[in-house]
Write a protein that binds this ligand. Sequence first.
Ligand code: F3S
Length: 783
Amino acid sequence: MQIKLARHMGYCFGVKRAIEMVERALEEGPYPIWTLGPIIHNPVVVDLLRDRGVKVATDPSQVSSGTLILRTHGTGADERATFSPSIGKIVDATCPFVQKAQNKARQLAEQGKSIIVFGDKNHPEVKAILSYAGKGALCIGNVSDLDAICLDDTTGELEVIAQTTSRRQDIDEILKALEEKGIQANLSNTVCTATELRQEAARELAQECDLVLVIGGKTSANTGQLVRIVEEFGVECYLVESEKDVWPQWFEGKHVVGVTAGASTPDWVIKEVVGKVEELEKTNLETKPEELHEGHEQEEIGTKESNEQVPETSPEAPQSDVVIESAEEMVEDKATAELYDETFKTLREGDIVEGKVMSVDENGALVDVGYKSEGIISPQELERRDEIGDYDISPGDEIMVYVLNVDSVDGSLRLSKRKADEELAWKDLEQAYREQSVIEAPVVQEVKGGLVVDVGVRAFVPASQVERGYVNDLSKYVGQTLRLKVLELDRSKNRVILSQRVVLEEDHERLCKETWDTIAEGQVRTGTVKGITDFGVFVDLGGVDGLLHISELSWGRVNHPSEVVKEGQEIQVKVLKVDKERGRISLGRKQVLPDPWDDVEAKYPVGIEIKGEVTRTAPFGAFVQIEPGVEGLVHISEISQQHIAKPEEVVNSGDQVMVRVLRTRPDERKISLSIKQADQTLLESHGEESPETLPKEAAEEVLQEAVEESVEPKEAPVEEEILEEPIAEAVEEAKEEVSEEEPVQEGDSDESCSADREVQQDSADVKEPEPDNKETGTVSQEE
Ligand code: F3S
């Protein structure tokens, strides 16, 4: 048989505190020592105290001298009013949870609210709460009582105050029933967390055991609730006040026996009961099953009789099997004994343990730290010593706490969150320093010369240790979480110096190596724009920068890289060239963008008229961009109806013009255009200036600049092959496009001849357009 103990049982903090007060009164006097009613609802404890001289008064009038201790469950306002002035000392041992319920009742009564107190009307706690709730307050013991009371006079909202030991589900039922009656009810949260913990533990136990013993006083409300909870699971349950109430017959055929105890049950009573169960189990093992069975039939037993029989051992079963089974159970008993000791284990000063926050208010926090104990964290122990923020905790949070004091004056554990966090923080820092590991911490403040970060204690990051380079404005780091390494640690001086720079340097080195190991020509990579210059962009590919030349940024014309990208922007680039020896990487961006020449024939069929921008002029004509990356040539003969000596007489860079498409050659990335054949009124009708109307002087000026620019391109520190390409292309194009009317200046060549022929053919194409087609903006392929 296995014995399971509830996770939470026995003395709660309120009872522990009250017993401590009685002990102190016994030491200090004045005598005699009285308690008003039993100090707690446990007759075993009350009898022991009586033996030591503590008298129990059933009425205040019985006490006229000595010390009067007010019971844990509270004293009514009416009773207090009758205390004799000759009493030497009054000690209020009312549990703080009960006091809270009383205060709430008084406040609501003062506000004139309608109050319902939910609980046992004969229980002293409920009687006391009612005495503070005023004459109009009603009391109900269960949901059906609602039908028996008249709520017609209820004004406004109804306030519900529950006995501290109430079950949550019962309260919810009441609220639901009130809602169904159309009454808006507010619940004051007065249920004690110690009660909730013990009820939850009893629920768990009931699901794991086939018999549960609940130890506690028969008049104790919280013990009674534990019995009800276990019985709701259909599990056999016995309420015992001491080991004397335990009967061997209950355990016949039981495999797992649970033990729990009410909040007013001392540890030693629990130990005695558990000891008795273990002893009975041993006796049962030593007794033959038949004898055991016979013995039980003759015994008269306690409050319930078990219907189950001890399973009979098969007569064929070899004796050795029984022995082995007994030995296993002995081992099991040993495990139970260890568990038993663990349950009663007490905490020592200086221990750091995990706890669950049960409640938080202006008086601090109540924390369940297991071991059957709840402890208090005072508001001071919830504050940071270094003034870099307070702890933000809420009920349900799991936190680490430091045990400051085990046997404090009021019987509860005194805990500290601050000290626990500090101790753990120093431990972590020492380990991080020893192992040179990376820690993470938020920046809480910018101070002179650096940043303050919160690592559980205050730590400093000097300005020089924030980034790999100089940082002008440190304020932007406040609120950010940094990855840091410990540079210096001195607990005696409370000194912690950290560095983010070291971490970043290491990251950068690692990233650099990784990038150089994996980069290859033809790859498409994502990089971040790190710097922008006139000639191109530096892109961070991961610790290594590549150069994206201005000519590789876009298919269209780019005057300055900043027109296309911004610093910090993430872009995709193609790796054009890698020179590991010289540490250089050339990148292209337009290569990962759609090529506008791909569908140029479809977009710009011959004969179509479109708007474009003159990008540059040359002696033989003007280049017009019809979309970013698509530029065509308007031969000088196609610029004007009149004969002109140079294009600048009519057009200049930047002019918006209408052009007619004469011929497309996408393979060579060329389009022949005509200005004179296009309908310029289209532009004029939109209020734009026709190139024909441009001042001649201005056109000449721009022409001069354009010529100079084409002959002497701007110097830029880029690789030669990239720079030379556009110039060579332009010269080649010029040679091809030159006509008889605009002969090449510097000597004839075969190439120029062929270019002449081509232009002549182009001219022929446009000299005799089909009137119909011209009207419709199209020209046939033959033409
Ligand atoms: Fe108080 Fe709750 Fe115990 S009300 S006496 S802490 S069970």
